[in-house]
Design a protein around this ligand. Structure first.
Ligand SMILES: [Zn+2]
Ligand SMILES: [Zn+2]
Length: 111
């Protein structure tokens, strides 16, 4: 178990080119699942989130747009990407899961 703060460097987002092999350490002082932060050209903080199941990284332009959420219900408190949530919790009735299932169903209808 390491508590070393991970350095936040401009080049850190290079990590997005390849899926990390393991769960990255949470950023110190940040909510669980936030594994990186950088500052964009406009001086806004851009956070990197990680799914705790498939380890996919997400870097939303605005934090409110993130899709890699916690469940607001249930016992699984991990941060999960939409694909993992739909896959692992097909019956979950939390807002995020319902939204994810709906957007996926809509996707199928479009085809
Ligand atoms: Zn995932
Ligand atoms: Zn849910």
């Amino acid at each position: 178990m390491t508590d070393d703060p991970i350095p936040v460097l401009p080049g850190q987002l290079d990590v997005l080119d390849a899926l990390p092999p393991e769960r990255l350490p949470d950023l110190p002082g940040c909510v669980r699942g936030i594994v990186g932060m950088t500052t964009n050209a406009k001086g806004r903080n851009v956070y990197t989130l990680q799914c705790e199941e498939c380890l996919a990284l997400e870097t939303p332009t605005h934090l409110v747009l993130m899709k890699t959420h916690f469940h607001s219900r249930g016992d699984d408190r991990r941060r999960l990407c939409p694909d993992c949530r739909v896959h692992l919790f097909p019956d979950c009735i939390c807002d995020h899961c319902r939204e994810d299932r709906q957007s996926r169903a809509k996707h199928k209808e479009d085809r």
